[in-house]
Design a protein around this ligand. Sequence first.
Ligand code: NAD
Length: 317
Amino acid sequence: MELRELGGTGLRVSAVGFGASPLGHVFGDVPRDAARAAVRRALDLGVNFFDTSPYYGGTVSESVLGDCLRHAAVPRDQIVVATKCGRYKDEGFDFSAARVARSVDESLARLGLDYVDILHAHDIEFTSLDQIVNETIPALRKIKESGKARFIGITGLPLSIYPYVLDRVPPGSVDVILSYCHYGINDTSLVDLLPYLKSKGVGVITASPLAMGLLTDNGPPDWHPAPEELKSACRAAAEHCSKKGKSITKLAMQYSLMNNEISTVLVGMNSSKQVEENVAAAMELSTSGIDEELLHEVEAILEPVKNVTWSSGIQQA
Ligand code: NAD
C-alpha cells in the first residue's frame, strides 16, 4: 500500500484510510468479529490510518475501534489514529474550550490510547466559525502541547469554512483538514481549493469516496442528506456499471485515489471483504490505471448533477 506524506506533519499515511464510522453501526449492524477481522485485514494489507469520532454511533465507533486495535496488538507507532471533538450524538455540538479538553480524555479512554495522532474539530460549520478561530483552535493547540494529540485538524462539508478559518489563525495552527463528499466522481469541487491549502502547508484528507453509499450497489442509508436528483443519478450510474459486470465502487475508489495532492482517501468499511476490495482497487490503479471507458460513461451519467451538494450547518454571520 502506497504511503503519502500528510502535509507538513511528517506522518506517512496509507493512500486508503480506514473510515471507522461503520464500526459505530451507522450503516447497519456490524458484529464484533467482523469489525476485528476488518481492522486486522486492513493492517495486514498496509492500511495504517484509522479515523473515528465520538459522534459515530454515539461513542460506539471509538470503543469498537479501540477494541479492534488492541485485539490486533499492533505497535502504536505503526498506526495513525484520528478522532474528533465538538460533535456528539446526544449532546449535539459543543466546541467550547472546556468541552474539547474533556472530550479528548474521554476519547483516549474509549480508544485505550495515550495520545491520538490527529484531533479534529468535527463539522465546524455547525457553530460560529469565529468561535472555532478564537476558542476551539487555541484549546486544541493546548491539547497538542500536552501531548494528548500530535496534530490538529478541522472538518466539515462547506469548502468555504477552510479559508475562513485558515486566514484568521496564526500560521501553522491547523495541521490538516478533512473534507468529505467533495472529491469523487460526482463532485470534484475540492480540487479548486488544493493550491490554497498547499500554500498554507495544510495536509489534505478526503473522505467518503463512495459519497456515503451513493456510489455503491446497495445505495445510501435512509439518513443520506443528498437531494433526490443526485440519489437517482448515482443509482443510474451504479446500475450502468452493474449491467456491464463492473463495480461502481471500484471505479469511485480509484477516481478519488488518483490525485496525489490528497494524502489519503478515507473509506468507511465494515468487513474484511470491503477492505480487500478497496485495497485491491488501489493496487490495480497503480498497476493498470483506471477503466477510462467506464469512467467516461459514468461521468456522462452524472454530468447533470456534477458538484450538486446539500446544505450543512448554520448561517454564518
Ligand atoms: P463512504 O463514501 O466511504 O461510504 C461508506 C459506505 O460504503 C458504507 O456503507 C460501506 O459499508 C460501503 N462500502 C465500503 N467499501 C465498499 C465496497 N468495497 N463495496 C460495497 N460497499 C462498500 O462514506 P463514509 O463512511 O461516510 O466516509 C468514510 C469515512 O470518512 C467515515 O467512516 C469517517 O471516518 C470519515 N468521514 C468524516 C466526516 C467528517 O469528519 N465530517 C464526514 C464523512 C466521513
